[in-house]
Ligand binder design. Sequence first.
Ligand SMILES: Cc1cc2nc3c(=O)[nH]c(=O)nc-3n(C[C@H](O)[C@H](O)[C@H](O)COP(=O)(O)OP(=O)(O)OC[C@H]3O[C@@H](n4cnc5c(N)ncnc54)[C@H](O)[C@@H]3O)c2cc1C
Length: 385
Amino acid sequence: MDFDDTPDEAAWRAEVRSFLDRHPSAPEQPRAWQAILYDAGFVGVTWPVEAGGRGGTPMQQAIVDQETARHGLPPLINLIGIGMCGPTVIVHGSDSQKQRYLKRLLRADDLWCQLFSEPSAGSDLAALRTRAVRDGDGWRISGQKVWTTLAHLADFGILLTRTDPDVPKHRGLTMFVVDMKAPGVTVRPLRQMNGDAHFNEVFFDDVRIPDEERLGDVGDGWRVALTTLMSERLSLGGGGTSIGPKPEAVARHVAAHIGALPEDRQVLARQELGRGYVAALGARYTGYRQLSKLSRGELPGPEASAGKLSGTRSARDLTDLAVRVLGPDAATADAAWQDMQALLPGMAIAGGSDQVLRNIIGERVLGLPAEPRADKGVTFRESIR
Ligand SMILES: Cc1cc2nc3c(=O)[nH]c(=O)nc-3n(C[C@H](O)[C@H](O)[C@H](O)COP(=O)(O)OP(=O)(O)OC[C@H]3O[C@@H](n4cnc5c(N)ncnc54)[C@H](O)[C@@H]3O)c2cc1C
């Protein structure tokens, strides 16, 4: 990849920079910040124009992300909507769903969440049990989701359900758009170890969804969900953005404290810093490889899984190092490091756990034998007996 901007990219960067220079701080209301950026043309840059986007290139989006981070401005609130739900509606939604939802999602007029995981269907997503049963011109939904990021604020969600338990598990699923304010939807926040409550349990108690809110065909929900999961891995997996602390910030932090360590520990800290820094750069360049493919119009392959895996790992190693170099002072001195340390283990689970990503790389990239699957070819009902 050529790391210099092309003339077009340089012009775009200048446009983004000049806009952000005029907006040095974001309004307190995160929806308002997203609306400002959308109105300026900097949200949904790669989305098609008819979906409310700008029809731009992945590089243009990456430049917006880089410049927003460089200006110290906050990320968008509706990231799950933009990264996962919207792309799914674009591919599988009806014209009327696209009209109703997409532009409002980009402006954060509506916030969205992704209702996939359940208490016994996380990594094994196709084992989900939330039932959707035909009811006249609509459906009745009963069941429970868990770990639903932003559900407590969301207006809509994409909801994966089981419509037929009498076929193999991947074939009996159907996807819907659900109104999170509909009667029978209950959202209960879950508290994380850093004190925040970003995700939730969501209960569906005989919730009615009109058939026009179905996304894709009945029984075709797995294919629809794969669109979401592919977009998810792309939006988490790299593209030049890095998970967690920037290596330069950690290097500065460690360098500032390294002299205070006993001499033998200084050597060790330097070695660890070197190793962590190189690993973080490796993760970043993997992200750039993914960007290069996207800008050539190709779909990224295993880079997305590898990028998420290595990005999360190196962010954890660097944060641990920073906290260890501070020693007991870490408990009081620098809340940002403690916060990152509490947050990052979750990143190694969200959007595909490290172990599952390793399986994907093992099977699809290295060509190792596939895991034995006991429920292959049997109906879902038989598999849960
Ligand atoms: C911060 C965060 C945000 C999230 N946001 C959302 C959201 O918005 N919407 C949503 O639907 N979900 C969300 N999730 C849920 C997330 O997708 C699941 O937690 C994840 O898929 C893992 O599922 P699980 O928790 O059920 O663990 P399990 O699947 O029970 O896994 C437990 C352990 O076993 C390992 N394991 C399981 N199967 C295999 C296998 N085949 N090979 C090797 N190891 C295996 C796992 O890697 C893990 O270590 C979020 C999770 C987190 C942490």
